[in-house]
Design a protein around this ligand. Structure first.
Ligand code: V47
Length: 367
């Protein structure tokens, strides 16, 4: 039986027809795909879409993650990284500490630095603009992907500035792109349980839209595999699709598989590979206006990330270096990979490894 026959005789044959014709999928289609008993069928559909968009290419980025502090007033139940200022686990880097981390890797061909922390109750807004200004001075060609929509809302609160003024000052200091964190699941029911002190889903979307309208592009995430329902996952994806129709500002979508260890939700079982792969595939199928789907190897593990490239993902993220958020919650992956390892992982999965920057512009040999 060939792929076409398998899909045409499946329980979701009508959805496959829509996908083939390039028709937009509905909320009910999304729910049915999640309920489909055969993840391979869903994966085959997503692979068809992914190959149409990106062919044999699978992307990676040479990047560096820097967490300036883990002190955070939000106390989200799914997070093992954030802590109170008084905790023995609390840390806070100075601007000089951050510059030291950048200096340590000046001889590496890093194109992106990803900087995030928590909502620190005492650091002034000037600290964040200084980080950007000083890092850009040291590495002018690097793309700075820093501060989630949650941090932008926090900076507005502590500075008394509007979110637009905050974004404008950050942009002038060197901010290029906002990372996709903090989106979690937009449903207010879920947020009340897992992150009641965090900004609402509506606020996250509004700030992302504002950034897009100001010319600052961003990524989007979905934290799945905790207390959310299938319907809430589909709702999350469709709200992102709706905003993207309006702004076209999202570069890439990253489904984040929940890592339960050391969190207040440690009783929740680890997300299975089947669920991760299905969620990635359905993201590819529903988000018809977001060009890239990232299989973040840190949260998925390398083995599942390789298979995810056949389930709709076209990117593995990058070298990362010093990942803390997933590892403090029990992620078993390494915390860094070299370019050679990333290339091998992608080629072994049957794809052409292509280095990209934050905007998915091809860099290096293949440019
Ligand atoms: O916002 C927190 C999530 C996010 C856990 O934009 C957890 O390119 C799993 O957003 N298990 C941070 N996930 C990571 C993130 C990200 C990573 C890589 C690339 C990009 C990008 C963005 O991690 C948080 C939260 O949603 N998170 N705790 C946990 N226990």
């Amino acid at each position: 039986m060939d792929f076409g026959n398998i899909l045409e005789s499946s329980e979701v044959a009508d959805i496959w027809k829509k996908v083939r014709l390039g028709e937009r999928l509905s909320f009910d289609d999304g729910v049915r795909l999640f309920r489909c008993g055969n993840p391979r069928v869903v994966g085959m559909m997503a692979d068809g879409v992914r190959r149409k968009l990106h062919g044999q290419r699978a992307y990676y980025v040479i990047n560096q993650h820097i967490n300036y502090s883990n002190v955070c007033g939000n106390g989200c139940k799914f997070c093992a990284f954030g802590t109170d200022a008084g905790s023995s686990l609390a840390f806070q880097l100075s601007v000089n500490d951050i510059l030291e981390k950048v200096k340590e890797r000046l001889n590496e061909p890093i194109t992106e630095i990803h900087i995030v922390g928590g909502c620190h109750p005492r650091l002034p807004f000037s600290f964040y603009t200084e980080i950007l200004r000083e890092v850009k001075k040291l590495r002018p060609s690097v793309i700075l992907k820093a501060f989630t929509a949650v941090e932008i809302a926090h900076f507005a609160k502590i500075s008394g500035l509007s979110e637009e003024e905050v974004l404008s000052k950050l942009s002038r200091a060197g901010l290029d792109v906002l990372p996709g964190g903090g989106a979690e699941i937009f449903s207010s029911r879920v947020r009340k349980i897992v992150c009641p002190r965090k900004i609402s889903g509506e606020e996250w979307l509004r700030i992302s839209g504002l950034a897009h309208k100001m010319g600052i592009r961003s990524n989007a995430t979905m934290l799945f595999g905790h207390v959310e329902t299938i319907e809430e996952r589909v709702d999350h994806l469709l709200r992102l699709r709706e905003l993207q129709d309006e702004t076209h500002g999202f570069i890439c979508f990253i489904p984040l598989a929940f890592q339960p260890s050391n969190t207040s939700l440690s009783g929740v079982p680890k997300v299975s590979a089947a669920d991760s792969l299905k969620t990635i595939a359905i993201s590819r199928l529903l988000l018809d206006n977001i060009p890239h789907i990232k299989a973040y190897w840190i949260m998925l593990g390398i083995n599942t990330a390789q298979v995810a490239l056949h389930f709709g993902a076209d990117d593995l993220d990058g070298t990362v270096i010093e990942e803390k958020i997933g590892h403090m919650a029990g992620a078993e992956s390494d915390s860094a990979l070299s370019r050679g390892e990333l290339t091998r992982i992608i080629e072994e999965a049957g794809f052409e490894a292509v280095e990209r920057n934050t905007y998915f512009e091809v860099v290096g040999k293949a440019a």
